[in-house]
Design a protein around this ligand. Structure first.
Ligand SMILES: Nc1nc2c(ncn2[C@@H]2O[C@H](COP(=O)(O)OP(=O)(O)OP(=O)(O)O)[C@@H](O)[C@H]2O)c(=O)[nH]1
Ligand SMILES: [Mg+2]
Length: 474
């Protein structure tokens, strides 16, 4: 622990094992330099974690060990001659160029930093690893080992665990590319046990992490409800003169209408992305994600939002007779029912209206032609689709480990064609009532800010977001 009371952890290990990746994920910092070429990190660099303007924990990125056997040998010789063998080693080798990185990486340990030792658990234990672990043991500092497997192989995990037992009182499997929020918290919980003196401070760190996360979820819920209100109430109005080509004007209005709604949605998603500190890299979503489909595509409307029966109920059609009739009418073509209910295929989800301008006068002159309006949204299914897309986006964002710089294809188990993929189909009738009330307000020209319906929907979202955070990703 540092004199300033901020717990400090040095992330150390062999070159190219994933030290910087682990740090990037733990500190939620995508500015950390990561590379497939060993020797990317050459100097120690602190990465503070700041919550509410206060630094609560600090991780130090360090270069990898270059000469672990030689360091160990020197440290063993220094034992008994001084209390500060690390300091003495650094002094003795300060001007030896080949030890430059070794001297550098040991610096935070002279300040009493806790140690997080990172190894790639998908390869076997070697002699140099044992030398490194022995060096760390000789420092006498609180330490934890992390198995970060770069490949899927688990053949060597037991070997590593056995080795760790000799030198570390705490070790964890932690995947820098796939760790979720829940796994980050679990790692911090484990870190508590490296030293009794650190327990209280780390409890404070965990509490700060958790409440910061809850705050981000509340902000996300507000962003989503705001986006919904904006999209649902959105309208475009245009005056058309007598004899104008109404069909092409309508097509043009529809295009602009959809484009602007896409923009409102995408802006909200980007806001969520930066809330979760993904600032630099614009990762691509997994190849099979339904989010690759356009908001207005048939697949989107088929796989997200309310189930067919829920839609029938929401449309007020009710009754087994109607359901059966629809079934018969749409046999073999499940999409048909969405059209029947004013779904995307019928393009009836947005209201068209027109007003005769013949009697409207400006400065005493009668106006000819008509006023055409598209919007607000008419089909409540659209609300659920926007909700599902936001929730799926949120789930990807929070599970994008910051240390991961690309998506490995084919990871997801979620099979888009075998099941519905949205969240809202699971919502109970209380939640759906809140959605209906919110929809009515937003599309009825009433303000949806600060109303009971808005507050209720926000709370439902906060609970849903927390549930997604606590669940295992795909
Ligand atoms: N698939 C996979 N690759 C990983 C993981 N962790 C690290 N890598 C990759 O391994 C390489 C090295 O990662 P770094 O985090 O830069 O490793 P480092 O230990 O900091 O390396 P130096 O700074 O060079 O000592 C990069 O190409 C990473 O993308 C992981 O959990 N899964
Ligand atoms: Mg590095």
């Amino acid at each position: 622990m540092r004199p300033d009371g901020v717990p400090e952890f040095a992330i150390v290990g062999h070159p190219n094992e994933g030290k910087s990746s682990v740090l990037s994920t733990l500190a939620e910092d995508d500015s950390v330099r990561i590379s497939a070429i060993p020797g990317e990190t050459v100097v120690c660099q602190p990465f503070p974690v700041v919550v509410d303007g206060r630094e609560i924990i600090r991780f130090i990125d360090t270069p990898g060990f270059q000469h672990p056997r030689e360091i160990l040998h020197q440290l063993q010789n220094l034992q008994g001659t001084t209390d500060d063998i690390i300091g003495a080693f650094r002094e003795n080798n300060a001007d030896k160029q080949e030890f430059g990185q070794d001297v550098e990486l040991l610096l935070p340990l002279t300040r009493g930093a806790g140690i997080i030792y990172v190894v790639d658990g998908s390869r076997p234990v070697r002699g140099v690893d044992r030398a490194e672990m022995e060096i760390l043991r000789l420092t006498g500092l609180p330490r934890m080992a992390i198995l970060n497997s770069k490949e899927d192989s688990t053949d060597f995990l037991d070997q590593w665990k056995e080795e760790f037992r000799k030198t570390f009182n705490v070790f964890r499997v932690f995947n820098a590319h796939r760790a979720t929020y829940a796994e980050r918290i679990a790692l911090l919980e484990a870190l508590k046990h490296i030293d009794q003196d650190w327990q209280k401070t780390l409890d404070t760190v965990i509490a700060a992490f958790t409440s910061d996360w809850a705050q981000r979820n509340r902000s996300s819920a507000a962003i989503i409800t705001g986006m919904l209100a904006e999209c649902l109430s959105y309208t475009i109005v245009r005056n058309i003169s007598d004899g104008a080509d109404e069909e092409s004007i309508k097509a043009d209005m529809r295009m602009r209408y959809e484009k602007n709604i896409r923009k409102i949605e995408s802006r909200a998603h980007q806001q969520i992305r930066s809330l979760f500190k993904h600032n630099i890299f614009n990762y691509d979503l997994p190849a099979q994600s339904i989010l690759h489909e356009d908001l207005f595509s048939e697949s989107t409307w088929k796989f997200l939002g309310l189930t067919r029966n829920q839609q029938i109920a929401a449309a007020g059609l009710g009754g087994a007779g109607i359901a059966a009739a629809l079934d018969a009418a749409t046999l073999g073509a499940s999409f048909g029912v969405f059209a029947a209910l004013g779904g995307i295929a019928g393009a009836g989800w947005a209201a068209w209206s027109s007003k005769d301008l013949a009697r409207t006068r400006i400065l005493g002159m009668p106006l000819g032609g008509r006023e055409l309006q598209i919007g607000p949204v008419r089909n409540i299914q659209f609300l659920y689709i926007l909700l599902d897309r936001s929730l799926i986006y949120y789930s990807h964002i929070i599970n994008w480990a910051h240390g991961r710089r690309d998506y490995d294809a084919g990871r997801s188990k979620r099979d888009r064609d075998s099941a519905r993929v949205g969240y809202t189909a699971q919502w109970n009738s209380g939640a759906r009532d809140a959605c209906s009330a919110f929809f009515k307000e937003a599309t009825g020209g009433e303000s949806s800010g600060g109303t009971d319906a808005e507050r209720q929907l926000k709370q439902i979202l906060v609970d849903q977001l927390q549930a997604i955070s606590n669940s295992e990703h795909e």
